[in-house]
Ligand binder design. Structure first.
Ligand code: NAP
Length: 250
């Protein structure tokens, strides 16, 4: 169990106010970490922070739109000012807007989707790594869409595929500093973004049939893999994308 321990460590989770981000932030706090919870809406971050503090850990809520590099820089600076260190960065914030076909992809949709899913993680990884020491970890949250794209989420799929590549680049560039970088390719989890994308219970049941476990995951089912990648339990693993998808069929 000590290899899954984060006591004395500081973890930054983007999109940490709800869904998978909140599940990971809570899991890290339960493993002993102090946590920075970040998303655009400060009030939502403050609510999440109150829950994490009730676990006996320190938690800093920070508003940050990850598509804006100056806000990314501020997130890193606020973390250092509060805690003096960064041990774990989870690039989790993401959006998945749909467009039925490529001609209906607008320039704002393209720029925003790439901005949140790819541009932000690059800047945050680069800035965080400046301050991370040996044993630190970056975790990029990707999607099955990045390896099994479907037309109506083309830009999202392309951005997440870019994030997979960025993970390999981060692993190479940061290895000399003892920083590992890995990613999680998520299947389908019950979160607000999934609920809002699915028109009916029947549609959700149809999605569940696409994996061998035949169900949609609860948000906290990402925590075990995130903890593994955040801690020394994965000390010889870097540049990898782990699929947590209920066994999506090839
Ligand atoms: N749920 C799934 O089935 C699934 C499947 C594959 C991949 N994923 C990936 O998992 C990650 C988390 O998804 P989720 O399902 O947990 O989503 P969610 O429940 O909708 O939560 C998204 C989080 O991201 C924040 N966020 C959105 N836009 C942001 C921005 N521009 N800057 C900073 N924060 C922003 C949101 O808070 P604010 O609104 O306050 O900003 C919220 O905290 C995403 O990267 C998603 O692509 C999820």
């Amino acid at each position: 169990m000590t290899r899954h321990d984060l006591t004395g460590k500081v973890a930054v989770v983007t999109g940490g106010s709800k869904g998978l981000g909140l599940a990971m932030a809570t899991g890290f706090a339960q493993a002993g970490a102090d946590v920075v919870v970040s998303s655009r809406k400060l009030e939502a971050c403050e609510k999440a922070a109150a829950g994490i503090r009730s676990l006996g850990r320190r938690c800093l809520p920070v508003s940050c739109h990850v598509g804006d590099w100056s806000q990314c820089d501020t997130l890193i600076e606020r973390t250092l000012a509060e805690f003096g260190r960064i041990d774990v960065l989870v690039n989790n914030a993401g959006i998945a807007p749909v467009a039925p076909r490529l001609l209906e992809v607008t320039e704002p949709l393209f720029d925003k989707t790439i901005g949140v899913n790819l541009k932000g993680p690059l800047r945050l990884g680069a800035r965080a790594a400046e301050h991370m020491g040996p044993g630190s970890a970056i975790i990029n949250i990707s999607s099955v869409a990045s390896v099994r794209p479907i037309a109506y989420t083309a830009v999202y799929a392309a951005a997440k595929a870019g994030l997979n590549v960025l993970t390999a680049v981060m692993a190479q560039e940061f290895a000399p500093k003892g920083i590992r970088a890995n990613g999680i390719i998520c299947g389908t989890f019950w979160t607000d973004s999934f609920r809002s994308s699915i028109p009916s219970e029947e549609a959700a049941a149809a999605v569940a049939q696409g994996c061998v476990l035949k169900r949609v995951a609860d948000a906290d089912e990402i925590v075990g893999t995130a903890l593994y990648l955040a801690t020394d339990a994965s000390s010889y693993t870097t540049g990898q994308m782990i699929q947590v998808d209920g066994g999506v069929l090839p």
